[in-house]
Structures are given as C-alpha cells and as structure tokens.
Design a protein around this ligand. Structure first.
Ligand SMILES: [Zn+2]
Length: 167
C-alpha cells in the first residue's frame, strides 16, 4: 500500500508555495465561506475546518491579526479567540459526539507548527479506533467530499451560536 500521507503532503506543499501567503490571512479575503471551509467569523477570530485534517471535524481557530506571539495578542482579541475555542469544543461535542478531543497549539516549527507565522488552535475530535481515519478516506477526492459533509453538518450550529452572540 502506498503511503497515505504522500498525496496530502504534496498538495499542502504545492498550496503553500503557489499562494506564498498566509493561509489564515488569505481566508479572510475569500468571498465564499463554504469553499474556504470557514465555519464562523467573530469580531477578532476565524473558525474553519482544516483542509488537511487529522480526523473528521478537525478545526483550526486563528485570531484575525497576523502574528505568532501569543503574548502580543491584545487581551480583547485573545479572549475572543478563547470564547470561540470554548464554543467550538461545545459544538463539536454536540454535533459530532466524539469520545474525546485533542485541543492544542503548536508554537514554532520544532513543535510541529505547519503554519508557524500565524497563531492557531487545533481542535481534533477523537473516536475509539480512529487511527484508521486516513486509510479509510485516504484519497484526495474522498477527503474533499468528507470535508464538505462535515462543513454542512457543523455550519448551522456555528452560525446559530455566533449569530446569537452578536444579536
Ligand atoms: Zn496570517
């Protein structure tokens, strides 16, 4: 069997080199939330599905402000991000009903950050035996379909949550 990671990594590398920008800052410029996989925008933060997921429903949350120093994020923006994180964990828990979740932030390339210039949280839902996720949906086409299905399931809950908050 071919390596399940190869197609992903190639697209990821090509994506990055083609755009040459920051994936989070670029997301903010995209018109179509669905194709950008953006689930919600708050005053200062962005919630999206990871296009290169480790598991079904893998979210990325980033402040709208570009930067990689958590201590330089203004308190109001940091709190907005933390609120979005808490809401995201709740929504993923309610909608996807995982057995558990990994929530974390990789600071710096040595710590495994794929995008090291722009802070972001990972929320990765976990199920028993989910290490088979990538072999199961290992084809790029299948994963794209999978992502849009996850998007459609989650989007109404994010819209409801953040609309309430702002309304
Ligand atoms: Zn950025």
């Amino acid at each position: 069997m071919k390596s399940i990671w190869a197609p992903w990594r190639m697209i990821y590398i090509e994506d990055n080199s083609r755009k040459g920008g920051c994936i989070f800052c670029d997301k903010l410029k995209e018109e179509d939330a669905r194709s950008a996989l953006v689930l919600a925008e708050t005053d200062f933060s962005l919630v999206m599905l990871n296009k290169f997921p480790y598991n079904n429903g893998h979210l990325l949350l980033a402040p709208k402000r570009h930067g990689n120093q958590i201590s330089l994020l203004p308190l109001e923006e940091y709190q907005d991000l933390c609120d979005a994180l808490r809401s995201s964990v709740e929504i993923v828990g309610e909608v996807l009903k995982p057995a558990g979740m990994n929530v974390g932030m990789n600071l710096g390339r040595s710590a495994g950050a794929g995008v090291e210039d722009h802070l972001h949280w990972h929320v990765v839902p976990r199920w028993e035996g989910d290490t088979n996720f990538m072999p199961v949906v290992g084809e790029v086409r299948v994963i794209s379909q999978h992502l849009l299905e996850s998007y459609e399931r989650l989007r109404p809950f994010f819209q409801g949550r953040f609309a309430r908050k702002h309304g």
